[in-house]
Design a protein around this ligand. Sequence first.
Ligand code: KG4
Ligand code: ZN
Length: 345
Amino acid sequence: MKDIYILGVETTCDETACSIVKNGRELLASVISSQIDIHKPYGGVVPEIASRKHVENIIPVLDQCLAKSNTDPKDIDGVAVSYGPGLVGALLTGIAVAKALAWSWDVPLLGVNHIEGHIFANFLTHKELEPPFIALVVSGGHSHIVLMKDYLQYEIIGKTRDDAAGEAFDKTARVLGLGYPGGPAIDKAAKDGDDQAFDFPKTKFDDRPYDFSFSGIKTAVINRLNTMKMKGESYRVEDVAASFQRAVVDVLVRNTIEAAKACGMKTVCLAGGVSANSLLRKYMKEEGEKAGIKVYYPEPVYCTDNGAMVAATGYYYYINGVYSDLTLNAAPNLRIDRLVKEASL
Ligand code: KG4
Ligand code: ZN
């Protein structure tokens, strides 16, 4: 069978990224230009700045990616792009570039869902991995437990009712003065902290047992810090970080393992920026082993936003003939339950 080469373009938030992937699993090149340092002084991503930086960065990133991969543009079979969810101004840059390339190379344009893309990052690291499995997708904007029944077939098993897990990390880190992005900062600080020092709430819903709520934990941290400050009590930032992280990770692991058991799945994949978290990776693996469930996660660099996950997803769109046309537009609120193939329960 002929080898299939897909170019993946990613500009949903603050990473400008391109990648070329062969046959959905073999990474030929991946270039990521992160804007983290640019947004750091503002304590979060400034959408207008992000849009402008994508415009500046996308062509150099694309050129580097093509050069690194040693691929001739005429060998590219399709151009994949995340068309949502994300920041509208940021998304438009990637979409415009992907459309121009697909049109000029005369190959299919493949508009993929960014959340779905995070799941596909697992296939790059684990060549033997196949659906069905349960995926925990936890990023700055999303927290979902997804049953991936087959390629491009999904069912939402649980989701956050308020903040995303990464958002809770980012907001809590800001309160603790740990800076942006909060996830890696809390992960680091927590290593020197006592995770039993504070007892933060772990929300569970009786009606939807796999759903999450993270705004309560964040508020509990803020209230606890205010109370201690008012009373003149001292505390260690590391202990707060460790106790917060433990509470979030406990809930993520509990709900995911319970969902896998309920769906009869023996495989769990982690995805999204928060899946780079060292405690989440360790604890999910341990709890998975106890339950006879194998746990996979991508290399840390492919947990956060990148073009390789987009190209890997695009391959499966390509071989299934799911093409976009040149009217493809940004879908800032694109949901994972509005995917290409509706799952049949
Ligand atoms: O997937 P991603 O790059 O962007 C979105 O699609 O949202 O995820 C970014 C999120 C941020 O909230 C960041 O704080 C979090 O992932 N994150 C982490 C870690 N590394 C990144 N959260 C916890 N622990 C980490 N090590
Ligand atoms: Zn993402």
